[in-house]
Design a protein around this ligand. Sequence first.
Ligand code: PMP
Length: 410
Amino acid sequence: MTGTTLDDYTDRYARRVRGMTASEIRALFAVASRPEVVSLAGGAPYIAALPLDAVGEMLNKLAADQGATTLQYGIGQGTLELRERICEVMALSGIDVGCGASPEDVVVTVGGQQALDLIARLFLDPGDVVLAEGPTYVGALGVFQSAQAQVVHVPMDADGLIPEALELAIAEVARSGRRAKFLYTIPTFQNPAGVTLTEERRERVLDICERAGLLVVEDDPYGQLGFDCEAPAPLRARRRDGVFYLSTFSKTFAPGLRVGWILAPHAVRDKLVIASEAQILCPSAFAQAAVTTYLSTMPWRQQLKIYREVYRERRDALLDALADYMPAGTSWTEPGGGLFVWATLPDGLDAKAMMPRAIAARVAYVPGTGFYADGTGTGNMRLNFSFPPPERIREGVRRLATVMEQETAM
Ligand code: PMP
């Protein structure tokens, strides 16, 4: 180390670097990963539920038997084999040939995160507005802020994004003379709120965006992780024009492989590939082969069931513990799938200010402010239930409730 600080470079940074701030979540991970801390802060899938020996054997074979292709460069759009498999996966949730889904229009990405970055590269100029649920996915905020766009939040309730609020936000942006480019939405088992946009609202949201000339960026990493019932069909299954569908194998298989995708309107597909080639040349051939082989030779539907069962049990453990321990005045969402519960604290409690005391009490969560671009969310926190086992979840909530009670007494 030379002792050089970032500040020495301040005058040289590009303007967009001003929008780059450290994510609160990343900063938390170091403390939250200490073994004595019950971390309800992460968002990691429970990888131990995978048949790791069989996956290991499969990966071995891919290198040993097919290394000449799997360890070589590939094409920017991603392999045809994987894009075909992706179409089969999307068809399960209703995005099928009937609504124009084809391997031709799929672009494989390095996780859903690169998909978001590509969308930003293609559509956002500095000063453009992105409409997004409030709260929204922290990684998307990072991408939009790096693109020097402004995020305008649209509130949600237990039924997801509120259509009337979307109309108001669109009108407000137009009145201020700015240009909203797209609605970024996670309609199903939302991160961080855990809520799902109802059938009826899906149609209304699409109509509103169409009338306003807004593109829709539908981010759907969790749609296949429903516990109680099937999720409503994605927006892309209902409308093809102007809807970009993003998803990933991070939650249904393994995030370490970093494989996601975009299903794009045909006209945009080439631009996405060009932008992606400029960024990464091509997605990892090895990771793509791993996902393709997993989907074609291993019981992945059964694995999805296992993930759902593990998460359902953990979601129930979290909801039961919240009901048993949380002080009066606390409320929370009841997700039908996904990985997260969003809690609202009693009046006067500040989740961010309370964090050091929570860590001292050996429990971690993510303060709500991390999920807003505008500093709101002080009275909220995101709680993850996919990673810690049920008894740890219960213990974590018990610790959290004690901290909150002490805080109220302060
Ligand atoms: N979108 C949402 C809503 C997410 O929650 C995540 C991961 N937490 C991602 C995109 C990106 O995931 P990945 O890059 O692992 O596919």
